[in-house]
Design a protein around this ligand. Structure first.
Ligand code: ADP
Length: 261
């Protein structure tokens, strides 16, 4: 019964996700080819967790007299894959909506220094389990004219990546300060870095440099595509510098004052 319930909810969530993504794709002006590839890639990405969930559930059904305790490793895999699928669907919906201009940027002036400190604190808790140090270099009273929710989402993507791709005992630095005509935000790490041949492609949808590591860490290959969309929608720029086995630095620049549309 548990297995059937899990399968049913997974199937319903996939169908609902694809239905919504499909609806959001309708008004898109961009090239049809690009969208077709997006949908094909999305289906392909959903196939792996779905196959794992299905395989594990069939296994559970073959052991009808076993206890929950005996089967908990299989159930844990089903849970992990379902979470991965939910994340994938969330990311797909964000991108599909951004493509069809359904996502609005609601800008206001907010305390960027507080947000950066809050996220540093939040990620310090996660980083502690890997003995990674989080350092900050944040200017006092730093403010930004932007959509705070989207900037938070952007920073979480970058910090998540820094944490995913940095080994134990590493270091992550979060910086933020005013430049004469811009607000600068930097997230750097001394992790595994990105191969020179992968670097030009990291903003592409579903592109993963280190496929095994990304998949193991729950990556979807969509994080930096969403990050780039958020930065561009604010009239900002995003730049990545990276050296294999040395580390990665992501630099963001945002306009200091509201940009006239
Ligand atoms: P993913 O979900 O795979 O992390 P992203 O779009 O966020 O997808 O990133 C694309 C690829 O860029 C990753 O698969 C990884 O190879 C590389 N990457 C991104 N951030 C970092 C980082 N801080 N250190 C090393 N590699 C990174």
């Amino acid at each position: 019964d548990i297995a059937a319930g899990i399968i049913a909810s997974a199937v319903i969530s996939i169908m609902a996700g694809l239905f919504l993504a499909g609806r959001a794709l309708i008004p898109i002006r961009n090239a049809w080819d690009k969208q077709q590839r997006f949908v094909a890639d999305a289906s392909h990405e959903l196939r792996t967790p779905m196959a794992i969930i299905r395989g594990k559930t069939e296994l559970l059904l073959r052991h009808p007299v076993s206890t929950i305790e005996q089967e908990s490793p299989n159930i844990a895999v089903i849970l992990k894959e379902s979470k991965h699928m939910s994340k994938l669907l969330d990311d797909l919906l964000t991108l599909a909506r951004s493509d069809s201009n359904q996502l609005q940027i609601q800008s206001s002036r907010f305390a960027l220094d507080s947000l950066l400190r809050e996220l540093a604190e939040q990620f310090r808790l996660l980083a502690n389990t890997k003995e990674i140090e989080i350092q900050t270099n944040i200017q006092e009273s730093l403010s930004l004219w932007a959509d705070e929710g989207r900037i938070r989402q952007l920073l979480i993507i970058l910090l998540d990546n820094a944490l995913k791709y940095t080994a134990s005992s590493g270091r992550i630095e979060i910086s933020g300060w005013y430049q004469p005509n811009a607000v600068y935000i930097g997230v750097s790490d001394n992790g595994c870095g990105i191969d020179e041949s992968d670097l030009p492609h990291v903003f592409e949808r579903f592109y993963r440099g280190d496929k095994v590591r990304s998949r193991a860490e729950g990556g979807t290959g969509l994080g930096l595509s969403i990050a780039e969309w958020i930065v561009t929608a604010h009239g900002g720029t995003i730049r990545i510098e990276s050296k294999l086995n040395k580390g990665t630095k992501v630099e963001l620049l945002f306009p200091r004052h509201p940009v006239k549309k």
